[in-house]
Design a binder for this molecule. Structure first.
Ligand SMILES: Nc1ncnc2c1ncn2[C@@H]1O[C@H](COP(=O)(O)OP(=O)(O)O)[C@@H](O)[C@H]1O
Ligand SMILES: [Mg+2]
Length: 503
C-alpha cells in the first residue's frame, strides 16, 4: 500500500511545525524520516495517524484521497503507529493487552482472548517475533514490549506502519533486532515509516531517506549517502562527525573506587564489589546494556544512593557518606542521566539554574544575599560560551529544547573548578548538532587534565570518546578493556560473555 502526503501544513500559534510537506511512501519500502529534535517529524506522523488535523493538505492511500480525522480512520485505512511510549498495561498479559486495546474498526469484530492468542502466535511466527501471548507485559524487556505494539498494529491489518523514534528506548542489541523485524515486515509487503535521528540506523535499514528541518523537507537521500552528508542536511551546516581526539595524556589517579557495593532497602545488591580507577587526562567509558547497574553506580559516586559500602577516593580523600553537595564540592562535575529530574529546575530561569550548585559561594553571594548582577553577567557569558539557544538569561529552563537544556547542565557543571567529570548518558535524546557539541566539551575536559567517567549505552558514543572501556553486566564490572576492542567483542561482553582475547 502506498501513502502520499500532499502540501501538509500545520501551525501551533506562530510556529509552523509542518510547512507544505510532500511525501510519498511506496508499497513495501522502509522510508526513513530523518530530522533533528523539533524538526516536525512527530507532528507529521500524528497527522497521518489522525491524532492531529492539518491546517491544509491532503492524504492519499493507493492514489485515492482519504480523510483521517482520528486513529480509527487511520487503522481502517491500514495505517498503524507504534508510539515511543508504549500504551500497555504492565500487569496484564500480552494477549489481554491486545484484546483490551482493540476497538472495533471497520467491521473487524471485537477480539476474544482465544482469538487474540492464536493471532499473536501466528504473527509472532510469521515475522519471527518470539512473543509469548501469555507472558505478563511487565516481565518482558522493553524490546519485546515494543514488538507487542507492532503486533497490535498488525492485528489491525496495518499495511503501513509508523515507528516514531522506536530505537530511542532500545539497547544496541534490541535495536539490531528491531531493524531485522522491520526488514521481515518489508519482505511481506508492509511499508514502514521509520522516524529517527540516528544515522547508522538509517543507513542500515532504510530504502529511502527524507530529511526534514524546521518543518520543511530539505532533501532526500539514499542509504549509501555518507553520514556527514546526512548530518549536514539535517542540521543545515557542515558537520564533522569524526572526533579528532589526540592520544590521552594520562596523569595521576583522581578517582579511585574500591569494592563499591550498593543495596536496596531490603538488602538486595544493585551493584556488587566494583573497583575502578580513573586518571587525570583520560575518559573511561562504562558501557553496558541499560539496566545493568550503571544508574546506581553513577548515583553512588555522588552519594545519591543510601546503602553503599566500599570507598570512593577523590584525589585521595574518601567522600563516601558525604552529602550530595559535599560530593559536588569535593571536585566532581555531574551530568545526570535524567536532566529533568536531577539536573534542572524547570520553573527556574537559565541564570538561576546555572548557579544551583554554587549559589552560596562567592562571587555569586555576598554574605547571605545573592548578587543578582554577577549572576546575570555570568549567565550571559555561559549562554554564549555553551551556545545555549534561548531568549536570554531569564528565560525559564522548562521552555528550552532538550539539547539546550543539556547545554545548561553542562555550562553549570563544567564552569566549576572540578577534578572529575561524571557524565551519565549525556547525549540521550539529543540531535546530531548537540551531540557533536557535548562530545567536544567532554574531550576538552579530558584534555584539561580532568578524569572523565562516562556512562553510555550508545556504542557509537563509547567508541567516539573512550580511552578505556569498563563493561558492566548484572551489577558488576566484568572487564576493563582498551578502546581498540572490536564492536562485536564489546557486544559479547555486554551480554556477559567474555571473548577469548581481552586485556
Ligand atoms: N501540541 C503542540 N503545541 C505546540 N507546539 C507543538 C505541539 N507539538 C509540537 N509542537 C512544536 O512543533 C515543533 C515540531 O515538534 P515535533 O513534531 O514533535 O518534532 P520532532 O518529532 O521532529 O522532534 C516543535 O517546535 C514543537 O515544540
Ligand atoms: Mg518526535
Amino acid at each position: 500500500m502506498s501513502v502520499e502526503l500532499r502540501g501538509i501544513t500545520k501551525s501551533f500559534g506562530a510556529l509552523v511545525a509542518n510547512d507544505g510537506i510532500d511525501l510519498r511512501v511506496e508499497t513495501g519500502e522502509i522510508h526513513a524520516i530523518l530530522g533533528e529534535n523539533g524538526a516536525g517529524k512527530s507532528t507529521l506522523m500524528n497527522i497521518l495517524y489522525g491524532l492531529l488535523s492539518p491546517d491544509s493538505g491532503q492524504i492519499l492511500v493507493d492514489e485515492k484521497p482519504i480523510i483521517i480525522s482520528e486513529p480509527s480512520d487511520a487503522l481502517a485505512a491500514g495505517i498503524g503507529m507504534v508510539h515511543q511510549h508504549f500504551m500497555l498495561i504492565p500487569v496484564f498479559t500480552v494477549a489481554e493487552n491486545i484484546v483490551l486495546g482493540h476497538e472495533k474498526v471497520n467491521g473487524f469484530g471485537v477480539l476474544d482472548l482465544e482469538k487474540a492468542r492464536s493471532e499473536i502466535a501466528r504473527i509472532s511466527k510469521e515475522f519471527n517475533f518470539d512473543v509469548d501471548p501469555d507472558a505478563v507485559v511487565e516481565t518482558l524487556p522493553v524490546g519485546i514490549q515494543q514488538r507487542v505494539e507492532v503486533i497490535r498494529a498488525l492485528i489491525y491489518n496495518a499495511k503501513v506502519l509508523i515507528l516514531d523514534e522506536p530505537t530511542a528506548v532500545l539497547t544496541p542489541q534490541e535495536t539490531d533486532e528491531l531493524l531485522q523485524v522491520m526488514k521481515n515486515l518489508k519482505k511481506q509487503g508492509t511499508s514502514i515509516i521509520f522516524i529517527t535521528h540516528k544515522l547508522r540506523e538509517v543507513q542500515e535499514a532504510a530504502d529511502r531517506i527524507t530529511i526534514i528541518r524546521r518543518g520543511k523537507i530539505v532533501g532526500t537521500a539514499l542509504p549509501t549517502a555518507s553520514q556527514e552528508d546526512l548530518a549536514s542536511q539535517m542540521v543545515g551546516r557542515p558537520v564533522d562527525l569524526t572526533m579528532n581526539k589526540s592520544p590521552a595524556k594520562i596523569g595521576k589517579t583522581l578517582l579511585e573506587i574500591s569494592n563499591l557495593t550498593v543495596t536496596d532497602s531490603t538488602g538486595r545488591e544493585l551493584i556488587h564489589d566494583i573497583s575502578l580507577d580513573v586518571h587525570a587526562g583520560e575518559i573511561v567509558a562504562v558501557a553496558g546494556v541499560q539496566g545493568n547497574g550503571q544508574t546506581e553506580f553513577a548515583r553512588a559516586i555522588l552519594n545519591l544512593e543510601e546503602h553503599v559500602s566500599g570507598s570512593i577516593l577523590v584525589d585521595g580523600k574518601d567522600i563516601l557518606g558525604e552529602t550530595v553537595r559535599g560530593s559536588l564540592h569535593s571536585g566532581i562535575a555531574f551530568i545526570p542521566e535524567s536532566r529533568e529530574l536531577d539536573g534542572l529546575i524547570g520553573s527556574f530561569s537559565i541564570a538561576e539554574n546555572l548557579i544551583l550548585d554554587t549559589f552560596d559561594l562567592a562571587p555569586n553571594a555576598k554574605g547571605l544575599l545573592m548578587s543578582p548582577n554577577t549572576v546575570t553577567n555570568e549567565a550571559v557569558k555561559r549562554i554564549t560560551e555553551f551556545d545555549i539557544r534561548s531568549q536570554g538569561a531569564n528565560e525559564l529552563v522548562s521552555s528550552l529544547s532538550g539539547g539546550n537544556k543539556q547545554k545548561v547542565v553542562l555550562a553549570r557543571e563544567l564552569s566549576r573548578p572540578v577534578k572529575i567529570v561524571v557524565a551519565s548518558q549525556p547525549t540521550r535524546g539529543l540531535d546530531v548538532g548537540s551531540i557533536e557539541f557535548v562530545h567536544e566539551k567532554i574531550v576538552q575536559e579530558r584534555d584539561a587534565g580532568r578524569a572523565v567517567l562516562l556512562f553510555s549505552t550508545e556504542l557509537d558514543e563509547v567508541f567516539a570518546l573512550a580511552d578505556r572501556i569498563a563493561v558492566m553486566y548484572r551489577g558488576t564490572i566484568i572487564d576493563i578493556v582498551p578502546a581498540t576492542i572490536s564492536r562485536s567483542d564489546l557486544g559479547l561482553l555486554m551480554a556477559g560473555v567474555k571473548p577469548k582475547v581481552s586485556s
